[in-house]
Design a protein around this ligand. Structure first.
Ligand SMILES: [Zn+2]
Length: 435
């Protein structure tokens, strides 16, 4: 009788959820409980129950993490305090490495022996904004269809962090001699800014991690390389004048146009002549200008113009060659003409961010992560990660995490439950392997 009632209740909830298409996580939890009890009574579908139960604790954790609006412009401290408090329940100490204003922090924690390096599982806690995006549901509340969770950060990349956290009881139980480290950063989305302070701390330590898995979304496939990225802002100061007397002014917008056109020449050259590495998409270095701001009215020679540009380069391409040629062009062609009219005219560059390329050559690490994820082969991706920065301080890194990048940064971002389960399996396999 109980079985019938519970199954009916579950059936009703499922129907409601289908009617709404998307359902709240609370309804999901009730369904899971109902199914679990029903299955216990029927003694059937044990495998299904096992899977649901395992995923459920991860899903609860994803729900908690997505509930914190950690858009990069906000503080992430509430989330960090939540994770710190959670880890404390298992006797695990967290080290927080703050930014200058103490508004944000990285969290580093070690489970197992603390006198030696182990395997770092790394993820960023910040997410991209939802501004201007049309979401069907509240982005900071998990909504679930049968096999997907929707919410900002589900894919990029709170699900990976949540799976790590949900596995803590099992990790603690193992009393690991080779420890697992958690490295959770801030401000990744604005140029891998936050993790740098953590890595400066770790760099000198004899017991820093021996290797690192960055859990960015790769569909749980092993990514060994990604492009590097350099982005810069350029500000051009010219001289204002009436447009009827354009010859006595210095037109900052036109100077910017020439510089951007010069950069576009590089973009075409790489596209047409390479060098090519067909593991990447696109298989060549790209040069791109994203914003231009300048001018006030058509009849005024503009005195100020800024633009932002980026180079995403193959690991073996040296972006300095582009910058050197660009500066030569500016010094020989652009600036002299401007300064002939107005000696104070200037072109000023600021760095927005540099994300080093990742190119792991550590074959053992690649093989190990392939075995842990039950996959073969390796991939390369066109998005940047913190992996190159870990490698820069001598920690070999690969990227492997749940979800797919084309589901990230968009309205209605989501992750498939099957990806969460694969990630759980990955951590289980890691635990089986470590002692
Ligand atoms: Zn990410």
């Amino acid at each position: 009788m109980l079985r019938v009632v519970l199954e009916l209740e579950a059936f009703n909830l499922v129907n409601i959820s289908f009617a709404n298409n998307l359902q709240s996580i609370r309804a999901v939890r009730i369904i899971v409980i109902c199914y679990t009890v029903a299955i216990e009574f029927t003694g059937q579908l044990q495998e299904y129950k096992r899977e649901m139960t395992a995923a459920t604790s991860s899903i609860e954790m994803i729900t908690d993490l997505v509930g914190f609006d950690t858009t990069s412009r906000n503080s992430n401290l509430e989330l960090i305090e939540f994770v710190k408090g959670y880890l404390e329940q298992f006797g695990i100490a967290s080290e927080l490495v703050f930014d200058d204003e103490r508004r944000k922090a990285n969290l580093f924690a070690t489970i197992g022996a603390t006198d030696r390096g182990g395997v770092a599982l790394s993820g960023h806690t910040d997410v991209v904004p939802v501004d201007g995006q049309k979401w069907d549901t509240d982005p900071y509340e998990i909504n679930r269809t049968d096999d997907r969770l929707f919410g900002r950060g589900t894919c990029d990349m709170k699900s990976f962090i949540a799976v790590c956290l949900a596995k803590v009881p099992q990790i603690v139980e193992k009393n690991l001699e080779t420890p697992i480290h958690f490295a959770f950063s801030y401000d990744e989305e604005i140029g891998c800014v936050g993790v740098r302070t953590l890595l400066r701390e770790l760099e000198q330590r004899p017991n820093k991690p021996r290797l690192c898995v960055i859990g960015e979304p790769t569909g749980m496939r092993v990514v060994r390389a990604h492009k590097g990225k350099i982005s810069r802002r350029c500000t051009i100061h010219g001289l204002e004048a009436h447009s009827g007397l354009a010859h006595i002014g210095v037109n900052a917008v036109e100077a910017v146009a020439e510089i951007i056109a010069f950069l576009k020449g590089f973009a075409r050259m790489f596209r047409d002549e390479g060098p090519f590495d067909y593991e990447f998409d696109p298989p060549y270095t790209t040069v791109h200008t994203g914003t231009v701001k300048g001018g006030t009215a058509l009849n005024i020679v503009p005195k100020l113009c800024t633009f932002e540009t980026e180079i995403r380069h193959l690991p073996n391409d040296d972006p300095d060659l582009i910058w050197n040629q660009l500066h030569e062009f500016i010094d020989n062609e652009i600036l002299p003409e401007m300064q002939a009219v107005y000696p104070e005219a200037s072109i000023v560059w600021e760095e927005i961010s540099i994300i080093p390329a990742l190119s792991t050559s550590d074959k053992k690490l690649i093989q190990m992560t392939q075995e842990l994820s039950n996959t073969t082969g390796t991939g390369c991706v066109s998005f940047g990660t913190e992996g190159g920065l870990f490698e820069d301080i001598g920690i070999p890194s690969v990227v492997c995490g749940p979800g797919y990048i084309d589901q990230a940064h968009k309205p209605n971002e989501y992750i498939d439950i099957s990806q969460i389960q694969k990630c759980e399996q990955f951590v289980d396999n890691l635990l089986d392997r470590l002692n």
